[in-house]
Structures are given as C-alpha cells and as structure tokens.
Write a protein that binds this ligand. Structure first.
Ligand code: UD1
Length: 437
C-alpha cells in the first residue's frame, strides 16, 4: 500500500481530446476467463492498473506464462502451463475480483481453492450468489479455515438443464457462473442476469473462444456447454468509468472535452443527467457496427457555466452506474439547487460525502441517501480517499476548490485508474501525484 498523496490546485477550464484506456471492470474478468482456453491468448487495450497487476500475479501464481507489454497495453497469457488451483489469501485480500477465477478453474480442471474474501469498505459484498449457483451446477463446496474448497461432483455430467436464479443481477455472479457454464454439459439459464457492458464484453470473448451463449429477453443468459474452448485475440472495450470521470472533470471546471473512442451507448442515463444539468452533450453514431446495433461512438461535451442540480438513483445496467455516483456527486456540490442521490447497489458507498463536506460541500447523508445543496465554492482541504470512486470524486472537487487539496489513500486511485492524472494534466488540470511521503 502506497503512502503517497495527490495534490490539486484550482484549475481553469479543462480542454482537449482524450483516448480512453480499456475498461478495468471488463479486463479483470476477461483475464480470468483465459483460464478456460488451453493455450496462448492475446488481449489489447489492457490498462496498466494495480488491479490488473494483481490479476497477472494471480495467474502467474497458478502457473500461467504471462507477458505484459505495458507501453502498448498488450497482454499475452499462455494458460497451457497452469498446474495450481489455489488463490492465496494475500491476493484475495488485495483484489476481490480474484473470486472470478473460480468459475474458469472449476470449468477446466474441476476444482478450485480460494481464500474467502474479507470485508470490503463499500459494503458487505458477499459471494453467496456465486456459491449458490455453483452448487446448483453440481459443485461441492467445503470451507477449510480461511479457504473454500470447490470440487466438481462426479455426477455433474448427468445434469443437462440448470436454471440459476439470481436474487439480484450481480455482475460478478453472472460472470463467474456464465464462465463455468461454458464447459458444463447441457444448458444453463441464468435468470435475472447482469447485462452491464463489461459482462457483454466477456460474452464477446467467450463466443470468440467457441462458447455457445445467447442473451434472451428478460435478462436471461442461455449457455450451451461445449467440450473445449480455444485461445483468442481480443481488444477490451473502452472504460466508461474513465469516460465518466473525464466528462465530469470538464463539467466541474466548465470546460470542453472530446472523447472520440467513448461508447455513448454504454452510458445513456449518465449522459442524460449531464444534459439535465445543462451541459451540451453530443454523441456520434456508427450504424455500420458489425455487432448488429448502433455503437454511438464518440462523445463531445461543452459545459454550462450555470450547472443545475439533478437527482438520480443508482441501479443495475442500464440504470445509473454506482461507480459514477461519487464522482457525479462531487460536481453537484457546486450546482444550482438541491440534488438528491440514492445508492441502491452498495449499502456503504457514501463515505466520500463526509470528505466533500470538509471541502465546504453542503451534504446531508442518511445511510444510502444524500441531499446536496449547491454552494458557490469549494475549499481545499486534507481529505481521505476511502475507495476507488471516492478518490475520483475528491480529485474532481480538488480541481475547482480554492487553494490546495491533499488526498491521501491514493492506492485506491492507482487501483482504478491508469494514468488518469496524466490525462487530466493534459487537459489543463493542476494535479500532481506523490508516491511516497
Ligand atoms: C462489479 C464491479 C464494480 C461495480 C459493481 C456493480 C468489477 C471488478 N467490479 O462488482 O466496480 O460497482 O459490479 O456494477 O467488475 N451481492 C450479493 N451476493 C453476491 C454478489 C453480490 O448479495 O453473491 C450484492 C452486493 O453486495 C451488491 C450487489 O449484489 O449489493 C451488486 O454486486 P455485484 O454486481 O456482484 O458487484 P461486483 O461484481 O462485486
């Protein structure tokens, strides 16, 4: 864990054009999915974030041969040498997404041993949906101290019709169970599945490997098990959360930004809320997409000088992304009027509110509800980033706060964003990162 900090000074209008990196929330699961295919796969557009480094460490620990060309964001993973099936405690503690190797390991090797994830600051974040689904598909689970042993029951091949019903459309559970089901004989239906753009990028990857997956109406994913999957080449989708952060940086500083590679169709509600604040948002179209639908690639934003308050509540896709809740709240702190924000995905994702208050924001928080009364100005302060998205909220606030803002807890920033500080700087933001104190 780094002891460093981020320093920000009031910046004038952010201006410019930025290329996005690959989506962190897509790439982690896609790296895990490579375990399913025996051989060498190549991923392009891989962000060099701390979480990606952890996922590489995890796969290397399992025996995979990994080569990461950081300069060109190109990752080569050869999974033919995997000969271990255990996720260690220290890796699990650093990165919850480690749980996502469970499905692929079980599918390809019939067993997995994973350390149980510890508590997480943004809520309990249990894995019960993952485990219930595995059990339903014939996996025997046994707790052994801090570890969970999972073994495919010898009867599993007799099952040929699995219906997994998720109580909530969990991103991680949908991904884990879908990866597992690709090699389970027969048909699996995941009902009330998460259909986030990152889940669909994984579907794209699995189909390239040879998996038979269909997205049916009513949030249902149908998977027909195949005998074997093949290595692939894939370019990860652009990060809609990085896009959101950059758009908000332009909004809060009253600037102008162009993101030519952003997928507007991945962030419809968010863009609608920016328009409601008064910002001018235009999106491009690419009807010739070979995916069979309009991709709406490219977003341009010209910020209003008089942003208005807006209210929103987070929800599973296509709802307002919980990962953009904190950064959006930061911009509402200086909007005209009263905004309300309701967090419905995670029960403890309002901690940035308290830190923003230290900067002069008028925010009242009642568990998962926040009421924000817009103020004229924010003031620099010493604040703590409590999670990845909170770090982004504080950076945005720091860009407009009078005098200097110091943010500690920068490992959260490093986990979620690759070189985003450089991009903000390129646009004209006064931001410096100090890795050691
Ligand atoms: C992923 C993303 C995260 C994003 C979230 C929601 C990655 C690495 N992380 O997290 O950035 O904020 O989706 O879009 O891709 N739940 C259960 N039991 C379970 C699983 C989940 O109760 O077994 C609950 C969680 O506590 C939470 C809700 O379901 O309240 C959503 O969680 P989930 O969609 O699974 O989030 P993650 O996959 O962890």
């Amino acid at each position: 864990m780094s002891n460093g900090h981020i320093l920000l000074r009031k910046s004038s209008e952010l201006h410019g054009t930025i290329e996005l990196t690959g989506a962190k929330n897509a790439v982690l699961v896609i790296i895990a999915s490579l375990i399913l295919a025996n051989g060498k796969s190549i991923l392009e557009n891989v962000p060099n974030s701390a979480d990606v480094q952890q996922m590489i460490a995890l796969l290397t620990d399992l025996g995979a041969q990994v080569y990461f060309d950081r300069e060109n964001n190109r990752l080569e993973v050869d999974t033919s040498t995997i000969d271990r099936f255990e996720v260690k405690q220290e890796i699990m503690n650093k990165m919850r997404a480690s749980i996502l190797v469970m499905g692929p390991l079980l599918a390809r090797f019939g067993r997995a041993k994973v350390a149980l994830p510890g508590g997480c600051l943004i809520g309990a974040r249990p894995i019960n949906y993952h485990l219930l689904g595995f059990k339903k598909m014939g996996v025997l689970l046994e707790e052994a101290g801090a570890f969970l042993n999972a073994v495919l029951s010898s009867h599993h091949s007799m099952q040929n019709h699995n219906r997994i019903i998720l109580e909530y459309p969990s991103v991680g559970a949908t991904e884990n169970l879908m990866m597992f089901a690709t090699l389970v004989p027969g048909e699996t239906y995941i009902i009330n599945a998460a259909l986030e753009p990152e889940v669909l990028d994984l579907v794209d990857v699995l189909r390239k490997m040879g998996a038979k997956i269909e997205i049916c109406d009513g949030m249902i994913i149908r998977i027909k098990g195949v005998d074997k999957l093949n290595p692939i080449n894939h370019s990860v989708i652009p990060d809609r959360l990085e896009a959101g952060a950059l758009l908000l940086a332009a909004c809060i500083t009253q600037g102008e930004i162009h993101l030519p590679t952003a997928r507007a169709d991945h962030m419809d509600i968010f863009l609608e809320k920016l328009r409601e604040m008064g910002h001018e948002v235009t999106t491009g179209t690419n009807p010739a997409s070979d995916l069979g639908y309009n991709m709406h690639q490219g977003i341009k934003l010209k910020a209003t000088k008089f942003p208005k308050a807006v209210s929103f509540k987070t929800g599973p896709y296509p709802g307002f992304p919980t990962d953009l809740q904190a950064p959006t709240m930061a911009t509402l702190c200086i909007a005209d009027g009263v905004s309300t924000v309701e967090e419905t995905v995670f029960e403890n994702r309002m901690m940035h509110g308290q830190e923003l208050q230290k900067m002069g924001a008028q925010i009242t928080i009642d568990r998962t509800h926040a009421t924000i009364r817009g103020v004229e100005m924010l003031y620099g302060a010493e604040v703590i980033a409590t999670d990845i998205r909170a770090s982004c909220a504080l950076v945005l606030a720091g860009l407009v706060a009078v005098s200097q803002t110091k943010i500690t807890g920068i490992h959260h920033w490093r986990r979620g964003y690759e070189k985003l500080e450089r991009k903000i700087k390129l646009l004209g933001g006064n931001i410096e990162i100090f890795d050691e104190e």
